[in-house]
Ligand binder design. Sequence first.
Ligand code: HEC
Ligand code: HEC
Length: 236
Amino acid sequence: VSIKYKRSLLVGLGLLICTTSAAEDIDTMAQRMLPCAACHGEEGRASREGYFPRIAGKPEGYLYHQLLHFRDGLRRHDGMRYLIERQSDEYLREMAAYFAALELPYPPPLAQDIPPERLARGEALVSHGDEAIGVPACQACHGERLTGIAPDLPGIIGLPPDYIAAQFGNWRESSRRTVPPDCMSLIAHRLSLADITAVSAWLAAHPMPTDTRPDAELGQPLPMPCGSVRSTGVTP
Ligand code: HEC
Ligand code: HEC
């Protein structure tokens, strides 16, 4: 997916966030992070429509790694990179901590126009995986409630279906990477395009649980090693 932004818009937004913690004129993190709302929605809580992912309430380590990856080119998106390319690790960590701590209501699920048997296939992948193609259940890593596990595993509900499907495209085209072993890239290559559509649709139509926060622990070892998860011993 390619989205083109006017460079002038990005320059303006970039100037606003470029003010580091020491600045006196813009003094709170909430104010410094206002430019993010232009794309990620008010307080980072994007809706399920459109393309922009919600960032509010995602686990801190996950957000931090993604910001590092955009800045350092492991994950490619011109707008994101432009905004943070001159920021220090410490400031990116502060941004991650700020958005991770926001507890805000989620948008309602979006009904999907897809045949019931495809939706059922999506659900089967989420809760059981498919051993024949080497894909573990999404729940085995993203948590029983699919709200993620702090600090490194993101939730996968409450996101726009177009965004989810596009991420699978990015993994397959290597425009989204992380430190190896890159478990999501392997999974994305093992799923067919029909499976990716099915699972994205099921996730988009799934309501959030009452407690939307990530779980504190997974309670079992990861079914495959993932480089971006600290408990596997590899840190980006
Ligand atoms: C010009 C629009 C735009 C602005 C402004 C913007 N972002 Fe983004 N951001 C995006 C897009 C688009 C994506 C998804 C990119 C992709 O396809 O991988 C993204 C992805 C992200 C992600 C990864 C989310 C995830 O679930 O993996 C984080 C974290 C993030 N942005 C943080 C920020 C922060 C913090 C700011 C403000 C400093 C900001 N963004 C400003 C467009 C924007
Ligand atoms: C072996 C563990 C594992 C399994 C199984 C797994 N994931 Fe992931 N997933 C991760 C990790 C770790 C990340 C964090 C990003 C990274 O490592 O690059 C992630 C990230 C994601 C993201 C990005 C979220 C965002 O905000 O951008 C999506 C979407 C996703 N996974 C969907 C799925 C789906 C759908 C399944 C089931 C078909 C699945 N995952 C199965 C480990 C897993």
